[in-house]
Design a protein around this ligand. Structure first.
Ligand code: ADP
Length: 352
């Protein structure tokens, strides 16, 4: 472990010894300190009393490679950890914005303490020159959003019910873990946060991050992208909880099934019309004839406008749509499927 003693001393000075710990400190040495975390070029460290533990990744050891994607408030790059020749994904976030900083810390807390196989693995977090570098497991299949745009570009059509059921099962298992074990609402469930790798793993990322933006972003396309999957109660300013994630999953799966986002006002600029459609219109449904009754029922349960009617992730895992596509009834080589997607994506030039 590469743990700088000065960091430890600085952290204990900021946290352990002051009467009233600062909510956030950025010291002149470029160290980011908040509550029980200290982050700098040496990585993230959890501070318990005077004890500091860190993972020991160094920014200098990372070779930054191509941009993998742009999120609402971040840029994601592929990177190689030079000493171990390991590929990683690095999410770069400007932290001068207070709301982002707070979300980031929430996410770090969860990531740092989770060892659940279907959450994207968090390796470390580094801070340098006004930016946070969150170092994550590299998911070479990209996100479900990438799969959907590749499918649109190649004309290969929407995802099959079998694939959608497998994805839904994995995502529900992750949400069930977040909701029941960690008592946490994901808050930003959408195609861009469901990631795939060539081992056939489907994992969720970004829990607790990025969903709330500052008001300056109100009218831009990323703001719409981020809000398009939010539940009516949340967009309507009402209290929201676990059921909000179930709604977002429902919209995500409808998009996978139709090959397009279901609300017609999604034009990239018409935020208020979209908001009004989600809050006031009947929820999207899958058409009869094309989809099984089980799938249509699954979607209508996810998309009850009243949050209290939506079943929990645990209950949705027992829905016939998930059970009838279970590995014991419908075995499926997800790894081979994702490898085909990776080939398809590498054969086309994705728009920036
Ligand atoms: P948002 O801020 O919208 O939630 P992110 O910043 O998390 O989105 O991700 C944007 C894009 O970056 C994703 O759609 C995906 O293409 C890519 N990406 C994010 N994390 C990873 C990862 N761990 N491995 C590979 N690609 C990733």
């Amino acid at each position: 472990m590469d743990c700088d003693l000065s960091v430890a001393l600085e952290a204990s000075a900021s946290i352990g010894m002051s009467m009233e710990p600062p909510s956030f400190t950025l010291s002149q040495s470029g160290t980011f300190v908040k509550e029980d975390f200290v982050i700098n070029r040496q990585g993230i460290a959890a501070v318990n009393g005077n004890e500091v533990t860190g993972l020991g990744l160094r920014l200098a050891d990372l070779e930054m490679l191509e941009v993998l994607g742009k999120g609402a408030s971040s840029l994601v790059r592929k990177a190689r950890h030079k000493p171990s020749q390991t590929d990683l994904a690095v999410k770069i976030i400007n932290v001068f914005d207070k709301s982002k900083r707070d979300q980031l810390l929430r996410e770090l807390r969860t990531l740092y303490s989770s060892a659940f196989p279907w959450l994207v693995t968090f390796h470390d977090c580094l801070y340098d020159d006004g930016a946070m570098f969150i170092v994550l497991e590299y998911m070479e299949g990209g996100s479900l959003a990438d799969v959907l745009s590749a499918a649109r570009l190649t004309g290969s059509g929407p995802l099959s019910e079998l694939v959608i059921a497998k994805v839904a099962g994995r995502v529900l298992a992750s949400l069930d873990y977040l909701h029941r074990e960690r008592h946490q609402v994901h808050r930003d469930m959408k195609p861009g946060n469901i990631l795939l790798n060539s081992r056939g793993d489907i994992k969720i990322s970004d829990f607790g991050l990025s969903a709330e933006l500052d008001s300056t972003k109100e009218m831009c396309a990323t703001f719409i992208g981020t809000h398009a999957y939010m539940s009516p109660e949340r967009l309507g300013g009402k209290p929201y909880s676990f059921a909000s994630d179930i709604w977002s999953l429902g919209i995500t799966l409808v998009e996978c099934a139709l090959g397009q986002y279901p609300y017609t006002a999604y034009t990239g600029s018409n935020y208020f019309v979209l908001l009004s459609q989600i809050i006031n219109d009947a929820p999207p449904q899958l058409p009869t004839g094309t989809f099984s009754a089980e799938f249509r029922d699954f979607i209508s349960e996810c998309l009850y406008k009243e949050p209290e009617w939506r079943p929990s992730a645990q209950q949705m895992l027992l829905h016939p749509f998930i059970c009838m596509h279970d590995d014991s009834c419908r075995p499926f080589d997800m790894a081979a499927y994702i490898r085909r997607i990776i080939e398809m994506r590498s054969s086309i030039t994705m728009p920036p």
